[in-house]
Design a protein. Sequence first.
Length: 416
Amino acid sequence: MNRAAAPEALTEPTEPAGRGWTAALSLANGAIWVGWYGPLQILLALQAAELAPPGTAKESVLAWVTGAGAVVSMVANPLFGALSDRTASRFGRRAPWVLAGVLGGAGALVLLAGAGTVAGMALGWCLVQLTLNTAFAAITAAVPDRVPHGRRGAVGGWLGAAQILGVVAGTGLATVAGGVVAGYLACAGFTVLGTLPYVLLHRDPVLPAGRRPALRLRALLAGFTISPRRHPDLAWAWLTRFLINLGNALALLYLLYYLRDVLHRPDPDGGVLVLTAVNAVTLLGTVVVAGFWSDRIGRRQPFVLGAGVLMTVATGLLAGWQTWPGAVCAAALLGVGFGVFTSVDFALMTQVLPAAADRGKDLGVINIANALPQVAAPVLAAPIVQHLGGYRVLYGVAAGIGLLGALLVRRIRGVA
C-alpha cells in the first residue's frame, strides 16, 4: 500500500480528484470558516463591547484581540503545514491534522464563550486561531496533493464558494443563536459536523515512513524562509495576495461599528447579516465560473488584476457614499471581485510552489498573506478611525492598498 501511494504523495498529480472528494473537502473548508467568521463578523465585536474596561474604546479591544489571534495564525499555519508534510500516518498526511484541528477549534470556541475578561477573550481567540489554522493548513495542502494544475481554478472556485457560505452560515448562526454564548456553541458544533464527511470518507495519499523528512527543529524553522531572489514569482504572488487581503481586512474589520456609528442603523447586527448575504450572492455568482473560465483559457493574471480593481471601486464606495444603499452596492461589488480573486489567486499560488514535498509548509507561508493583514489592519485602522479622519479616510486607504496589490500581479513571469 505504501509503495503504491508514494508517487501520488510526492509528485504532481495527473488524474483529477473525484466530485465526492471535492464536495467533502469544500464542506470541511466551509465549516472551518464558520468557526472563524461567526466570531469575526459578530461575536467578537459584541464581546468586546461588553468586556471593554471603562475608558477603553471597544474598537481598541477588538483590534488587539483580533491582532493577537492573527499573530498566532501566522505561526500556526506554516508550522502545522510543515508537520503535515512529514506525517507518515496510515490515514494520510493531512486528515489527522484536519480532525485534530477542528476538535481543538470547537473546544477553543467553547472556552471563548465563557470568557469574562479581555485577557480571557484574547486567550480563547488565540487558541481558536491555533487549532483551526492547523486544520486549514492541511486542507489547503490537500489540493495540490490531489488536483492537477489545469483543474485547480475550478477546485479553488468550489473552495471559495464554500468559504463564503461558511462566512454567511457563521454570521447567521451568531445572529440568530440567541446571544454570544449560544453563538459560539453553534459555530463550534457546525465546525465539527461539517468536517466529518471528509475525515471519515476520504483518505489522503500516504507518505511512507522511509520517505519522511527528519523532524529537526532547526531545519524545520529554516525551511520557513523562501528566498524572493530564487523564487521571484512566489514573492510577487505573496505580495499581491497580502495587499489585496489587507485592503479587504481594513474594509471589513469595523463593519458592525460603521453601521452603528456612521450609518446609525437601528439593527447593526442584522445589517451585517444583510450585507454578508448580498456579498455572498454576488460572490457565488462569480467564484466557480471564474475558476472554470481561468482553467479553460489557461490564464490567471487578468482575473486577479480585474478582481483587485473591482474591489478597489467597492471599497471606495464605502468612503464616498456613506449611506445604506451605498453599503449594499459596495457589498455586492466586493462579492463579485472577491469571488474571482478567491478562486483564481488560489490556483495561481499553487502553480508557483517551489517543491511538491513541501506543499503544506510552502502554502502555510503563503497563507501568512491571509493572516498578516489581520495583524496590520487593526494597527492601521484604530488610529485612522479615532484620530486621522474616521471611516471615510479608512476606506480610502483600504482602496489604495488593494489597488496597489492588484497592479503588482503583473510582475509575475511564470504564470500568465
